[in-house]
Design a binder for this molecule. Structure first.
Ligand SMILES: Nc1ncnc2c1ncn2[C@@H]1O[C@H](COP(=O)(O)OP(=O)(O)OP(=O)(O)O)[C@@H](O)[C@H]1O
Ligand SMILES: [Mg+2]
Length: 397
């Protein structure tokens, strides 16, 4: 084994290891590659090659197939199975013997070259392998980053769900005592006190709703949210929605128009889940609309035995590049602390999960400053999943 003199330079030099028992071959390969400005080390047998590889960590190895003692195939297998090493492309150098070439590739080599070889071909093949290495290490980095992000996401979710559990019990007791006071069970309240109690109750309800949404997302992720099925008319559903959400619309001076072409349409599904899907979408529409605007909420029968709900607002809309994120947990177009709108960005993440749970689809069409249309397609009978081959969720921009 001998090593060529290395010029000191700050620029990273690609490290190349040439393994060959024939010193003439090693010299020839080094000579042909000298213009490439590689940092080259030589090894004349398999054992030295493995030792050098552990410390030098080459970017690429030219490995003779016919080494004495430990042959090229064994060296290659040992390199591949060493968990401490990154992916290092191995080019096996062979004399013309087709079986040897196939064997080399099957045993973990990435490429083979038949000696003698034209210097230009040698250089091109090395460059191709270095491109492969770059692609592999980039994707390995991405996988690592992704894993880290997933772990962080898990920690965040655990934290959020623990805090939510801890908040829910005392909050329920605050709301319970508020109701006792509100109903005058501890003495009649004056007008001011009644107003204050109402405000406490409303704020408490908002907080409870947020906690419930957070806990439900977690439940769905763990597969613990149970679905039940009952028959109900869309008319009753719309009556309920209008009753629950109208106070919010009135406060914002927004008009809600419920449009139902056929009053007899019925759905056999999880009523509570359908209500929550629509309440979330409608409350977003109210939140992101200006005063004195209208929101249309409609339902009609659609093909494949489905019902199509449509919620149309002419509010602030969502930019094309952001639409892809709106169903992500905690994503908000404006997440600054000075933002004008409340919420934590959990509503649509829950909506998406609930729609998928019911085997439905959701579509979004939105333009900044023009408004948004959300379409939810649900099967009229739960368990009849929509006949889609792709994902259940589709976002249409
Ligand atoms: N109808 C809409 N018009 C404009 N933007 C919308 C609309 N619906 C959703 N968005 C955008 O998508 C983001 C995510 O919506 P999502 O319902 O998940 O969160 P949120 O409403 O901000 O908070 P939360 O639902 O927790 O109260 C919103 O913050 C907003 O930027
Ligand atoms: Mg929301």
């Amino acid at each position: 084994m001998n090593s060529p003199a290395l010029k000191s330079s700050n620029k990273y030099k690609t490290k190349l290891l040439i393994v060959d028992d024939n010193s003439n071959n090693r010299a020839a390969l080094s000579y042909w590659l000298q213009e490439e400005n590689y940092e080259i080390l030589h090894a004349n047998d398999g054992i030295s090659a493995l030792k050098i590889t552990e410390t030098f960590i080459p970017d690429i190895i030219l490995l003779d197939y016919n080494l004495p003692g430990m042959d090229g195939v064994e060296v290659c297998q040992k390199i591949r199975s060493n968990p401490k090493l990154p992916f290092i492309p191995v080019i096996m150098t062979t004399s013309f013997a087709p079986e040897a070439n196939i064997m080399a590739l099957e045993q973990g080599a990435d490429e083979f070259i038949i000696m003698p070889i034209m210097p230009s071909e040698l250089k091109s093949r090395i460059k191709a392998m270095l491109r492969l290495k770059k692609a592999v290490s980039e994707s390995t980095e991405l996988i690592k980053e992704n894993k880290k992000l997933q772990e962080l996401d898990k920690i965040k979710s655990n934290f959020v769900s623990k805090v939510s559990h801890e908040l829910k019990t005392p909050l329920q007791s605050i709301l319970g005592y508020t109701d006792i006071l509100k109903e005058g069970l501890q003495g009649e309240l004056n007008y001011q006190q009644k107003l204050m109690i109402k405000q406490i109750r409303d704020a408490g309800d908002q907080l409870l709703n947020l906690i419930t949404q957070l806990l439900d997302v977690e439940k769905i992720e763990k597969g613990e949210l149970e679905i039940s099925s009952e028959v109900f008319s869309i008319q009753t559903l719309f009556n309920y929605l209008s009753q629950v959400i109208n106070p919010m619309a009135i406060k914002k001076q927004v008009t809600l128009n419920f449009v139902l072409e056929d009053k007899d349409i019925e759905l056999m599904s999880d009523k509570n889940i359908v209500q929550r899907i629509l309440l979330n979408i409608i409350s977003n529409s109210i939140k992101f609309s200006k005063e004195n605007t209208k929101i249309f909420i409609s339902a009609k029968e659609a093909k494949d035995n489905c019902i199509e709900f449509k919620i149309i607002d002419d509010g602030k809309g969502i930019s094309k590049s952001n639409i892809a994120y709106i169903f992500d947990k905690f994503w908000q177009e404006d997440d600054s602390i000075t933002r004008n709108y409340g919420g934590v960005g959990i509503g649509l993440a829950l909506v998406k999960k609930l729609v998928v749970l019911l085997g439905g689809q959701i579509f979004v069409d939105s333009k900044p400053n023009k408004g948004s249309t959300f379409r939810v397609l649900l099967s009229k009978e739960l368990n009849n999943y929509l006949p889609v081959s792709m994902e259940n969720l589709q976002v249409v921009v």
